[in-house]
Design a protein around this ligand. Sequence first.
Ligand code: MN
Length: 349
Amino acid sequence: MDMLTIGAFARACRLSPKALRLYDELELLRPAWVDPHTGYRYYARGQLEQARLVAWLRRLGMPLARIREVCALEPAAAAGEIRAYWARVEAETAVRRDLAAFLVDHLTEDPRKDTTMLELRYFAHSDRGLVRPANQDTAYAGTRLLAVADGCGPAGALVSSAAVEALRFLDTEELPAGGVLNLLEDAVQGATEAVRDAADGADENGTTLTALLWTGSRLALVHIGDSRAYLLRDGELFRITHDHTVVQSLIDEGRLTEEEATTHPQRALLLKALGIGTPDLRLHDAAPGDRYLLCSDGLSGVVPDARIRQILTTGTPDAAVQALVDSANEAGGPDNVSCVVADVVREAS
Ligand code: MN
């Protein structure tokens, strides 16, 4: 066999002997042969490609365990793994980008903002649907707080209502000036503890939480799980939350299309829930005429976005909520369905 000393191999693949010794110790690239007497490492010429691949994957920032997996794969499968790895990095970066945007928004005042006082007109309703024996969703709307929680497990109903109940204080208390970040942190902490108590130590009990807190000119969003928030602005519908589901992560990694996801058997499997993982935080500048929708997956799972947009385009918040719930039930009502619709309007003087 055509063997190279570690020095010759290092020159050929333009890596240092030190790097090669490290790859060996990390079990990323084992020498083809180690002299049992001298301990010298020897490499086969055929390992050159592998050595370069390891070097590049390390430059990419891929964790060592993942590099080991990739190196063991055929080229096509290895390519798929790298694509999936990078998609995950981008998804995680997007979460950090949103957090950065949240902080920038929090620390800056929009100069275009007019000083007219705004307020919310809102309506909330939760429906059992046509199939489930009980309603485990909780929907709430008040002058400052809008929330939807979708509970699961034997104590699902208890858990989702405990989460929302723990946020209710936000609706009545005066917001401390400039204290929104702290307030949200406290609120999430409180809701998490309330859920832990209500779940009574049983892992299968949990809940999503998607909530908007009105600050007088902005809406602070807290979101974890697969309930959703949408914004209807100038007739266009924007989804402003990202589902924390296994299926969404497969879509993000390019392993599944949106189309395939709608019928995926595990589409309800959550990656995060209250107390498991960190919630997403966003701040939205409110404009008169904006309409926000919070809903559980009992709506978004069966009613397409185009239809949701159409329904939201007309009517009062209560008429819109009723029409959305009806359309979920017309589609079979397979799950509990909860909707909160809130309009941003100029304060009646
Ligand atoms: Mn649900």
